[in-house]
Design a binder for this molecule. Sequence first.
Ligand SMILES: [Zn+2]
Length: 369
Amino acid sequence: MNRILGQSAENASKLVAVQQIFRRRTPERAWSGDPPPGAALSGRTFNKQRSEPMKAFYADQFVLPLPPGHRFPMAKYRLLRDRIAAEIPLVRFSPAPAASDGELALAHAPDYIEGIATGRVDARILREIGFPWSEAMAARARRSVGATIGACRSALLDGEGVAANLAGGTHHAHADRGGGFCVFNDAAVAARLMQVELARPGSGPVRRQALQVAIIDLDVHQGNGTARIFARDPSVFTLSLHGEKNFPFRKEASDLDVPLPDGCDDDTYLHALDLALDELTQRFEPGLVIYLAGADPHEGDRLGRLKLSYDGLEARDRRVFEWAWQRRVPLALTMAGGYGLDIETTLAVQLNTWRVAAAYWRRWQNQPR
Ligand SMILES: [Zn+2]
């Protein structure tokens, strides 16, 4: 019998209340190195009775006016939300908050933020992004960042363990320009903002230690913008598995890059991922994972050039969630790319990802506390 259950019921219930308040205010698992991975919860003995659902954030109410035949699957996001609502009822969607100028400025140049806000942005940059400027484009970009911020807050600061953005993963956005359907870099802004929010007086334990964030980018395209933004920032580890011959053709150096050959199959991919996660384990100890679960490594993707199956991609997702779970590191999920020849292909891959996310979210809720 453990110590806590050995006390009177009254004391025990008080202790639970204090633990829950403390847990809300003190995200101790977010502080790298304290306590060691996997040990954070030892000695906790209460199952928290929960009725709250898994949190997810969307911005699909902003539909960009795109020319006919445009490759960006704008319709996918609302379809995916409807599908998740129908099939994974424990997920509750909220509209994403808009990231403020100040939040965006944690990873982006003020001139670029203003250019996107006002439409006075260089035509060359808009061409690289691939969207014409519109009010909806500027609003959606801010909300997409806000959705990842919301997911990080829920997973990390509220102690939910897992939360998600229905979009995001806009990893080609650099500090001063976008590219490849990416306007702002949601993972970069959210990682920096979580570091700031945890460093704020009163938000954490007295012994301060910077939050370390691992960005695990398994979209088929290299996370060049993310790599560049964090190139000289040892507090954020950027890991990218991507098609060697795919866009972007000029890669940036991530902390760990794993280039994969065209036609890469499940076994090759999963072996490479295992090695990459092992290396991440050796080199870094995050207090938060932001996961870009691109659907575009799937064999049915127009742009992916790899040959992963549905099962292979689900195994990929399970490896990432399991890696974070084993270390009790909160994880914020983002969707990144997916350009199936048939939109149903992309939806099926992403729905699987959400099923895995929901299963791991449930583990967080059921664990002894
Ligand atoms: Zn992609």
